[in-house]
Design a protein around this ligand. Structure first.
Ligand code: SF4
Length: 256
């Protein structure tokens, strides 16, 4: 194999890697400057012909499955660029028969280290919210995030990452089919309700996700920075508590 062919093969392998991280555009020059390597017509065609679509789902979304089967199916997911950077995929934790599903944004550093959602400072606050205000043991609810892998430096989730990862959350909700959903913060609330309305206007009012009552509130990480907002979250959690422990069907206050 001559040098040019070797370089072209390495380049194709590199592009395949990029493709698995959902990179779908790369500027291509005919000549790679300093080494003066010219790709042949066939090699250029091979590269241009690469299918740059998002990798397919690792399960059939129409198939009935258990939560554990879903977890096993996605454990090696590389559908978006976050997959190559994680230590652990954070699927979610809690009861598969949970009456309440709590949805946050994405794992942070501690969650990425342990593979468990909400175990850092914000997680400790969430545990207190669940156990002291809603008055339910944490292990009885199911806690997860929109994104299952940590964005670098805890930056906001990007649109392509959410669209790659959301089928997993949809399937989790379909399997668990909870009595109600609590969303934490802007990203989870806006995604679930398919709305651009700011979280300050969404919070504290019941909406519906496929017929399941859903209450948005502020994210515990936001409360750590803005403790004065805790009183609003406390009010929201009391609404969750009332529905959780009774047969009350909440009135849908936001029809988005
Ligand atoms: S964030 Fe979601 S879609 Fe992206 S690699 Fe992780 S599990 Fe896969």
């Amino acid at each position: 194999m001559n040098l040019e062919k070797k370089v072209a093969d390495s380049l194709i392998a590199y592009l395949e890697d990029l493709k698995s991280f959902n990179v779908n555009f790369i500027a291509l020059k005919n000549e790679i400057n300093s080494n003066k390597i010219q790709l042949s017509k066939k090699e250029t065609k091979d590269i241009k012909g690469l299918d740059m679509k998002t990798p397919s789902l690792p399960f059939d979304p129409d198939e009935k499955m258990e939560l554990e089967e879903l977890s096993n199916a996605i454990e090696n997911c590389m559908r978006c660029k976050l997959g190559g950077k994680r230590n652990h995929l954070v699927f979610g934790s809690g009861s598969k028969n949970a009456k309440l599903v709590i949805i946050g944004e994405a794992p942070g550093a501690e969650e990425d280290k342990q593979g468990i959602p909400f175990v850092g400072r914000a997680g400790q606050m969430l545990t207190k919210m669940i156990e002291n205000v809603i008055e339910v043991p944490r292990q009885e609810v199911f806690i997860c995030n929109i994104l299952k892998c940590r964005p670098p430096e805890n930056r906001n989730p990007e649109e392509d990452e959410i669209s790659c990862c959301e089928p997993y959350l949809k399937k989790q909700l379909e399997i668990i089919n909870p009595k109600l959903i609590l969303t934490l913060g802007k990203f989870a609330s806006q995604w679930l309700l398919q709305s651009d309305t700011p979280i300050s206007k969404l919070r504290g009012r019941f909406s519906s996700y496929h017929g399941i009552p859903c209450l948005p509130t502020f994210h515990p990480a936001y409360l750590l920075r803005n403790p004065k907002q805790k009183k609003f979250v406390h009010e929201d959690l009391l609404k969750v508590k009332e529905v959780y422990h009774s047969n009350v069907v909440p009135k849908i206050e936001l029809n988005l």
